[in-house]
Structure formats: structure tokens, C-alpha cells
Design a protein around this ligand. Structure first.
Ligand code: PLP
Length: 378
């Protein structure tokens, strides 16, 4: 029930109580999330732009300018000279936007996705009344190109691949898929996870706009971008394709709106801009190298314990094969760890974010060893 108004201090202490009930990245024990503690500069700038709403861009030319700068920086990072884009609220909105454009542009309904695609693609198909055609993964747990080739045809509106899969952090064969799609269909690459990782890794095959058949791509600032929620960059090759999702916005400062959301929380824009400027290429590279080094060390330790991995890590996600991953997860949860599971195949999933320090992982290994011994896994 809405009560009589309280004094400021009373309201704050009430809300602080709720905050203390939440779990926080700084405690280090969250290893099942793809988000992390944002940089201080991200938090500070986010707070400065709390009024900002790019749903009504004429009132926020400063925020709009920073959005343009982010798109420019991200386009360069993903080798997309001249590509355009927007900063949206997350990977889900970016994937929905990509498929919305694809459907309206092609007038077709079928979406080819891998079994390894994030569930937001199926969600987008549901919202847009598109038909998901799910293809299997190959023995490396990435989209089977042969299967895509069998399904692609005159009814295909879009093919969706992932650069940094949610379960295992792997990269689909984007170069081969791009060739299949070129001049036939929209090709969207979901790099919500990998977008701020893969550009800083050596020896990764071209996963970005270097592929001529690639139409659009997204990368989340609130994952390895080190910024605040919500921030996600959506890039597309041609600005004019946005006309397919343009709606007249008569009472606002823009003539047309080309986003799913109307009013949109836009403090994530200055926050991501400030983060990108502060991290720079060298900062992101160091961050990725440090996460990867801890991921590889964890992989070695897990194997030394006598356990198997689903696959060698390509990005900072590790999936550990167990007889009963649910029981191991539950056991570790009772010790304060927040982990997650994978489905295909079933495994315990550990996301090694910047807040997962060496010390944290040492304690995790101790707890995991005793859990695995107790449960007869080793
Ligand atoms: N795509 C991939 C590959 C993801 O891993 C995720 C989230 O984990 C998403 C999309 C959805 O992103 P968001 O939660 O920012 O909407």
C-alpha cells in the first residue's frame, strides 16, 4: 500500500536494507554472471546523466554526440569502416532490432540460428512472429555450417551466429557463414559477450565486419566492456536499413524513431564512452589478458583435479564436465558461490570476470575439491 511520505533519511535506510540483501561483484563470489563491477569513471558519469533520454534526442545533443563517438570507436574496433549504429539497452534489444530490420527488409520470416544461440534470439522470433530454424552444433560446439547450408533458402530472413557463445564462450564459423549469406540474406553476429574480448585476443579468425556478408553486430558494454547497465552497441552496415523500422514520432524532437524503446535510459551512453576513453585499447587488452590467464590457470587446475572440460576456453568461460553438476553447484552455493550450469552438454559453468581474482579462485578450488570429493566426482 502506498503510505504517507517518509523523510529522506528513512527512505534511504529502507532502500539500503534492500541493497544489503543483494549480492555484489566486489565480494568476488559471483562466477555465474557475465557482468562485473563497472569502472569508477563509469559509475560517476552514469550518475551525471540520470535525466538523459535518447528517445527524445533533440533535448540531449550532448548524449547523442557521445553515442556517435561510441559507434565510431566500436566500428573501428570491429573493422567496420563507415558502419553505423546506436547504443541500446542490451544484447536482447540489439538482437530484436537486428531481426526486426531483417524481417521488414526481406519480407521473409525464417531465422536460422544455432542450438548454441542465446535465448534472446528465440524470444525475438516470438515477438516478431518469425520462425526459428534451429541447427545443430558440430563436435566443436559451434554452428554446423553444413546444416545451415541445408536450411538456407528463399524464405530465410536472417542467419544469426554468435561471437562468444553464452554457455562456452566459443565463436561460430563466421567467415564460412558470411559467405553463405552474402547477397542472399541478413547475417547478424551476436557479439554481446565477445565484442569487448575478441578484438583483444591474438589468433582469432575474422569474426567481424571484415566478412563482407555480415550485416549487423552487437557488443555489450555492461559485460566485458566494463561499463554500467544498460549499455549495448548495435552496429549495422547501412544507415538506410534503419528506415525499415522507422516510426513517426510526432510529439518528440525527432521526426522518426528507429528503436524498440521510446523513452530510453541513456546514462549508459556517457558511462560507456567514459569507460572506453579511460580503458583505451591497452586497458582492454590488459583486462582480457588478465582474465584469460586466470581462466587458463583454472582450466589446468581443474584438469589436475582429474576433471574434464567441455572444451578448451577461447574466452574467459570454463565449463567443467561432472557426473552431477547440479549437486556440485548446490554444494558450492551453500558455501556462498554463485555459479551456473550449461545444458548442451550439462556442465558447471564458471565465468572468470575481472572481479574473480587469483585469491578468489584459490578459495573456489579448495571448496570445489572438497565438494567433488564428498560427491564422488574425483
Ligand atoms: N547474446 C549473448 C551471446 C549473451 O550472452 C547475452 C547475455 O548473456 C545476450 C545476448 C543478452 O544480453 P542482455 O542480457 O544484455 O540483454
Amino acid at each position: 500500500m502506498l503510505q504517507k511520505g517518509l523523510e529522506y533519511d528513512d527512505v534511504i535506510s529502507e532502500v539500503e536494507k534492500a541493497l544489503s540483501e543483494d549480492f555484489h561483484f566486489e565480494d568476488g563470489k559471483i562466477l555465474g554472471s557475465m557482468c562485473t563491477q563497472p569502472l569508477d569513471v563509469a559509475i560517476d558519469t552514469h550518475g551525471m546523466f540520470i535525466e538523459s533520454n535518447l528517445g527524445n534526442p533533440g533535448l540531449y545533443p550532448g548524449t547523442r554526440r557521445l553515442e556517435g563517438k561510441i559507434v565510431e570507436m566500436m566500428a573501428e574496433l570491429l573493422n567496420g569502416k563507415g558502419v553505423t549504429g546506436r547504443v541500446l539497452e542490451g544484447g536482447t534489444e540489439a538482437n530484436l532490432t537486428a531481426l526486426w530490420i531483417a524481417r521488414n527488409l526481406t519480407g521473409r520470416k525464417e531465422v536460422i540460428l544455432g542450438r548454441n544461440a542465446h535465448f534472446s534470439i528465440r524470444k525475438a522470433c516470438d515477438i516478431l512472429k518469425m520462425i526459428p530454424r534451429e541447427v545443430d552444433v558440430d563436435e566443436d560446439h559451434v554452428m554446423d555450417v553444413g546444416e545451415v547450408e541445408k536450411h538456407i533458402g528463399d524464405d530465410t530472413a536472417a542467419v544469426v551466429a554468435t561471437a562468444g557463445t553464452t554457455e562456452f564462450g566459443l565463436v561460430d564459423p563466421i567467415d564460412k557463414l558470411s559467405k553463405l549469406c552474402e547477397e542472399h540474406t541478413w547475417f547478424h553476429v551476436d557479439a554481446a559477450w565477445g565484442g569487448f574480448i575478441l578484438p583483444f585476443l591474438d589468433d582469432v579468425p575474422a569474426f567481424d565486419f571484415r566478412n563482407a556478408g555480415l550485416s549487423s553486430m552487437n557488443a555489450d558494454g555492461h559485460k566485458m566492456g566494463m561499463s554500467t547497465i544498460p549499455s549495448a552497441v548495435f552496429l549495422l552496415r547501412k544507415e538506410e536499413d534503419l528506415q525499415n523500422i522507422a516510426f513517426e514520432s510526432p510529439y518528440l524532437t525527432s521526426v522518426f524513431q528507429t528503436t524498440v524503446l521510446g523513452t530510453r535510459a541513456s546514462a549508459g551512453v556517457p558511462s560507456l564512452y567514459a569507460t572506453m576513453m579511460s580503458m583505451g585499447r591497452d586497458g582492454y587488452r590488459e583486462n582480457v589478458e588478465s582474465c584469460m590467464s586466470r581462466t587458463r590457470q583454472l582450466a589446468r587446475t581443474v584438469k589436475d583435479m582429474g576433471l574434464r572440460l567441455v572444451t578448451e576456453p577461447v574466452t574467459n568461460i570454463l565449463a567443467v564436465r561432472l557426473k552431477d553438476p547440479v549437486s556440485v553447484k548446490d554444494h558450492l552455493e551453500r558455501r556462498g558461490w554463485h555459479l551456473s550450469l550449461t545444458k548442451h552438454p550439462e556442465a558447471l559453468r564458471l565465468v572468470v570476470m575481472p572481479h574473480a581474482t587469483e585469491e578468489t579462485l584459490d578459495v573456489l578450488i579448495e571448496d570445489m575439491t572438497s565438494a567433488c570429493r564428498e560427491l564422488g566426482e574425483i
